[in-house]
Write a protein that binds this ligand. Structure first.
Ligand code: NDP
Length: 487
């Protein structure tokens, strides 16, 4: 395994424009999932550090230059940050792969450009956030202002540690807010590095702070802190629910992007070669540790047996490999615990009556690592737990259906509603099915496409509020109505 290229420097908290230790002096090791070895020590923020970061962000919002700056200047700084991220794609990609275990192809070629794309795109919005003049009464001049909310607390997961920085911080900052971000304990390195690049780009001190640490300590402190006006969270439904309850005490606004069990529906009239690629990429990209993963593959009865045979053959060829190898397409799961959990789900599936048609086992690379084979569970019934609950690993549940109504009934019969895929050559069918799916995103003859300009977020237990696109700016602004008496 090639993870000894150069040592990774210890991670420090970024508070008020400085790299600092935790007040307690505590640190923890972050691990390389592919080699099962520690990468470096990282400062572990406690409630006191979160308080320091929130105070810095508060001061930067209330008396610092950021919210009052000419929007064009904010735009320039955020655009510069996008450029810096692109210029550091190699370094950020490597850090992400070491910390998370995902293939360098994904972290360097897809994730880093996506984060840059977020800062470039939302930089453009800084100059375009306008209110309205609303002629409701001739006796008044009536207009609205679109104002930043204040201090945004961003809590992000370990599956897309750097992309989530872009999704949360870019729109919040473009709108003039200040941010305190807590990366997942398991994957803090890229968020800390992007915070350094943000300072280099010219973000004033206190505008973007990063506090690495435990969710139950630093995350909890952020959600309870009266100085935080809004929490933008991506992670599990369970923690999202807990955050919602906790945030009620201080009446914080929330954006919650939570779990998923997204259906990827293959109709018999589809381009089956394309659907096959879409089905495998839909689940195995990101090792299946993807909230929007197409983790339930619904296949029409008349093509079921043949399609599953081809799918199993293709999946069996996707062997896990060294994530630092540019050819790798299946990396290591983020932690030993996650690997055990995923293997446990395969056992659950078998006990429920599913058949392992491909994979199903741990497969170390060079004798090490938390790698799991690309796994296909065949003959799954939509009521089984492996069809209803988020597995968050490279495990695909394949379910049979008969016709459009059955496909829709099965697709929607889960607690989640994050994303979905439809494969058909029939345009009317594609449009009708897209309308009837309960999901925040529908991909037709495609899967897993994202852009900073396209809103993303779920319905049902997948949460509410949008990341990305123009809609996400509503999450980070409020509308002030001004009535000016003209008489
Ligand atoms: P969590 O929901 O626990 O983690 C997401 C973020 O929330 C992390 O930064 C975490 O910190 C933080 N957090 C945890 N507890 C609290 C709290 N009480 N208050 C505030 N913040 C908190 O996901 P896990 O990492 O535990 O993963 C568990 C499962 O959740 C996965 O197996 C998967 O099924 C699902 N998941 C779904 C994701 C999605 O995008 N839909 C993303 C990640 C996980 P810390 O990491 O330090 O605990």
């Amino acid at each position: 395994m090639t993870d000894t290229l150069s040592p990774v420097k210890p991670g420090k908290l970024i508070i008020n424009g400085e790299a600092v230790d935790a007040a307690s002096g505590r640190t923890y090791s972050t691990w390389n999932p592919a080699t099962e070895s520690p990468i470096c020590e990282v400062a572990e923020a406690g409630a006191e550090d979160v308080d320091r970061a929130v105070r810095a962000a508060r001061a930067a919002f209330e008396s610092g230059p950021w919210p009052k700056m000419k929007p064009a200047e904010r735009q320039r700084i955020l655009f510069r940050l996008g450029d810096l991220i692109l210029a550091h794609a190699e370094e950020l990609g490597r850090l992400e792969t070491l910390d998370n275990g995902k293939p360098i192809f994904e972290s360097k070629m897809i994730d880093a450009p996506m984060v840059a794309n977020c800062f470039h795109y939302f930089a453009g919005w800084a100059t375009k956030l306008a209110g309205d003049t609303l002629p409701v009464n001739p006796a008044f001049f009536t207009y609205t202002l679109r104002e930043p909310i204040g201090v945004v607390g961003a809590i992000i997961p370990w599956n897309f540690p750097m992309i989530m920085v872009g999704w949360k911080a870019a729109p919040a900052l473009a709108a003039g807010n200040t941010v305190v971000l807590k990366p997942a304990e398991l994957t803090p390195l890229t968020a800390l590095r992007i915070a350094e690049l943000a300072l280099e780009a010219g973000l004033p001190p206190g505008v973007f702070n990063v506090v690495s640490g435990k969710g139950s300590v630093a995350g909890e402190a952020m959600v309870k802190h009266p100085g935080v006006d809004k929490i933008s969270f991506t992670g599990s439904t369970e923690v999202g629910r807990h955050i919602m309850k906790t945030a009620a005490d201080t009446m914080k606004r929330l954006t919650l992007e939570l779990g998923g069990k997204s259906p990827n529906i293959v109709f018999a009239d589809a381009d089956l070669d394309a659907a096959l690629k879409g089905a495998t990429a839909g689940i195995f990209y990101g090792k299946g540790e993807v909230c929007a993963a197409g983790s339930r593959l619904l296949v029409e009865s008349s093509i079921y047996d043949d399609f599953v045979a081809r799918l199993s053959e293709r999946s069996a060829k996707m062997a896990p490999s060294d994530p630092l190898d540019p050819k790798s397409r299946l990396g290591a799961l983020v932690s030993e615990g996650q690997m055990q959990k995923v293997l446990g789900w395969v056992e659950t599936g078998v006990k429920e009556g599913a058949r392992v048609a491909a994979g199903g086992k741990r497969q170390p690379v060079n004798g090490k690592g938390w790698f799991v084979q690309a796994t296909v569970l065949d003959g799954v019934d939509n009521q089984m737990r492996v069809a209803q609950e988020e597995i968050f690993g490279p495990v695909l549940a394949v379910i049979r259906f008969d016709g459009v109504d059955d496909a829709i009934a099965k697709a929607n019969d889960v607690p989640y509603g994050l994303a979905s895929g439809v494969w058909t050559r029939d345009v009317k069918k594609a449009l009708n099915v897209s309308r009837r799916l309960q999901a925040g995103t529908v991909w037709v003859n495609a899967y897993n496409f994202y852009d900073a300009g396209m809103p993303f977020g779920g319905v049902k237990q997948s949460g509410f509020g949008k990341d990305l696109g123009p809609d996400s700016l509503n999450e980070y602004t409020h509308t002030k109505s001004v009535w000016m008496n003209l008489e």
